[in-house]
Design a protein around this ligand. Structure first.
Ligand code: PLP
Length: 408
């Protein structure tokens, strides 16, 4: 019989969302009349922008004609998209990123999950708590952790506590680590990083020759123009950071799939003899071997996100979600909840009332209000006692959920 990768057996049984699904299914079976409102999983509800669909349709039309047909594309993505990203997302904000440092992909989930393949198995990995679970689980699968302890934490991982008294910002360690995952605007807490805070991380990384993996999947939700949208707006980040971005939440691509990862050519790792090795070259090698690119029509569709028409339509969609977030935040505060996030991110992070645990509050909301959210403890130990509501749903559902919460 084939021997399996036993690191998979170290993974926490029952990943968060399947467990939520199980409880909701069980509740529906015993309460078939209940109309459940879901503010849990962070999928989007609004359709793709018109300009994006038109460009994608044109991309497929091109495939009809042998002169404009496209077969395998470059594994790194088409230049037309990479150049527009470099110009509009980076150079326009003073971030020195070139088109050939951008790798187009089919999602930030895969990229944030796959990037760790470039590191040795004994690299010391620092992960915030609470956190988007992909960073941790992929390192568990790769064998960088010991077994899980009674508190739900894995040996060998450096956990960066991001609790309420730290403003939900990961604490910077006073010792060296090799790799740090950061996510701003944050899933699940909804908090955002300032220049000053990111500068502290960049300085730390440069001091310790560490690498920051910066997940900016929600940058489109930043409302304050003075806040950094990219880590490359911080001096020195080209020497210590990789950035992940996605069209999923920005432009409704969760089902269409397009994202990108920025790997500056100045980023270096080292081999076992201490010889510097380009991370750009390694990621290029990895992608060329294991990935065959995003389809041409989808990249054409993504390109339309940068047209005047596309940008205006995306702004409207983001405003719709921001109104949801404002409505949830305002009403929950009025009802006496302690609420965080929601201003520069589509997530509202609330403190569970009366000292309930995250799962107790989940069951309470499901049973009493037929509303589904996400227990904070599913994102890590520091998420215990908190609860995430997503603003990415329909406004009518948000209103309905809030009316039911007011009646609790
Ligand atoms: N990064 C974060 C922090 C996320 O919350 C998500 C999705 O919810 C992703 C990445 C995945 O994005 P994609 O749809 O591009 O795979």
């Amino acid at each position: 019989m084939v021997k399996i990768n036993s690191n998979y057996l170290k993974l926490k049984a029952g990943y968060l969302f399947p467990e939520i699904g199980r409880r909701v299914r069980q509740f529906s079976e015993t309460h078939p009349q209940a109309k459940i409102v879901r503010l849990g999983i962070g999928d989007v509800s609004q359709p793709l922008p018109q300009a994006v669909v038109k460009a994608g349709q044109q991309g497929f039309e091109d495939m009809l004609n042998s002169k404009t047909f496209h077969g395998y594309g470059p594994e790194q993505g088409y230049d037309f998209l990479r150049e527009e990203i470099a110009r509009q997302d980076y150079k326009s904000r003073g971030a020195p990123i070139d088109a050939d440092e951008i790798f187009i992909s089919d999602g930030s989930k895969c990229d944030t999950g796959n990037f760790q393949e470039l590191f040795s198995v004994d690299s010391v990995i620092a992960i915030p708590d609470p956190v988007y679970p992909v960073y941790l689980d992929t390192n568990v699968m790769a064998g960088r952790t010991d077994v899980i302890d009674a508190s739900g934490r894995y040996g060998k991982i450096v956990y960066l506590d991001s609790c309420e008294d730290q403003g939900f910002l990961p604490e910077i360690p006073d010792f060296a680590v090799d790799v740090i995952y950061l996510c701003f605007p944050n899933n699940p807490t909804g908090v955002v990083a300032t220049h000053a805070y990111l500068k502290e991380w960049v300085d730390y990384a440069l001091r310790h020759q560490a690498l920051i993996l910066f997940d900016a999947a929600y940058e489109a939700f930043i409302t304050d123009p003075s806040l950094p949208r990219s880590i490359y707006e911080i001096d020195g980040a080209r020497e210590c950071a990789v950035e992940f971005r996605s069209f999923s939440k920005t432009a409704g691509f969760t089902g269409t799939r397009c994202a990108f990862t920025v790997v500056p050519k100045s980023l270096m790792g080292q081999d076992e003899n201490g010889t510097p090795v380009s991370l750009h070259a390694l990621w290029n090698r990895r992608q060329s071997t294991k990935f065959n690119g995003v389809s041409y029509p989808v990249q054409k569709a993504a390109l339309a996100c940068y047209s005047q028409e596309g940008k205006a339509q995306i702004k409207e969609i983001i405003s719709y979600y921001q109104r949801n977030a404002r409505t949830i935040s305002t009403e929950l505060k009025r009802l006496g909840y302690e609420v965080f996030g929601g201003e520069h991110a589509p997530y509202i992070w609330l403190k569970t009332p009366k000292g309930m645990s995250s799962w107790e509050f989940f069951d309470h909301l499901l049973n009493q209000a037929h509303v589904v959210g996400t227990p904070g403890s599913g994102f890590g130990k520091c998420g215990e006692g908190f609860f995430r509501l997503s603003a990415l749903g329909h406004y009518v559902d948000v209103q309905e959920a809030l009316q039911r919460l007011a009646r609790l």
